[in-house]
Design a protein around this ligand. Sequence first.
Ligand code: SF4
Ligand code: SF4
Length: 323
Amino acid sequence: MIFKNPVPNFIYMMYRRFRYLYLNDTTPVVASIKVTQRCNLRCTHCTWVNKVTQDLPLQRWKEIIDTIYDRGCFVIFIEGGEPTLREDLSEIISYIKGKGMGCVMFSNGTRDLPDADLNAVWISIDGTEKNHDAVRGNGSYEKVMRTLERYPEKNIFSMTTLSKTNTSEIESICEELSSTSLKGLIFNFMYPYKDISSQVLPREERVAVARELMGLKQTYPKIISSDSYLKTVGQPDKICYPWLLLLATADGNITQGCTVEPAEERNCDVCDMMCGLEATLGFELYRDSMKFWNNFNILSYVDIDRCPDWTLRMSRINRKLDT
Ligand code: SF4
Ligand code: SF4
């Protein structure tokens, strides 16, 4: 039995924590839907593009969204491929919002954004212009910058996945992106999928880069990745709850668990991806991670800064990697 009318607020999170802690309820909390696997780009690190070429019809996605809602998720991340290639994207977003769930979209930022009530948009930016274009194709960076200029009022964030190709220019990335209309900069560490494992930073370098980012926040306050996440990078005792996530792939297959698994068997020892770790820390009520999620207006309408420590401590426990 789960809460049938999820609302994106603190009360629902506390309710789900209560059920997790005392009733061992590991039904999912957030969902990710790959509404298409088509893409207008051919990024060098992409493991997903064009593996499924036929999009599911709108009605099928509505049924999947119904299932996601019934299973207790209160926010849906729309991803791809490139979601904006779907002409009915605004209808998918409206359907999600109409059910009272939050909705965040991932995009490569090279196309018009939908005229829809999104909580936030995450645009992948892999470096300064030269490096970004080397990964995503010539002219991609310029298109992203035009997109940011076109939508200064939207709640748009950059998502930079760190690898051997871009860590040497982190400060330049922060400087350039801080001068745009982006509302915040998110950093992630590349997962060593089989095809791209040679691009992944060794553990010691990931730890060093994470520490560097914590320091850079003083100069570039638009960096919103939480210190709690950055401190877990490379640590053997990090916590990650893959059951938090419900994933619908482009062929409509729904699985619960780690985002790696539809592609290959997961290896948590070498994973520092922000999605699973930051979600887990938010669910564990780490204040800075909750504030991270609050940037997208999906976790809570309460002011986390005004919550006394005891309210957060009361509900927090640490468990080792869960399955
Ligand atoms: S924009 Fe995303 S889906 Fe498209 S090719 Fe690049 S990584 Fe793959
Ligand atoms: S740490 Fe989390 S996101 Fe990473 S592979 Fe393990 S379960 Fe998946």
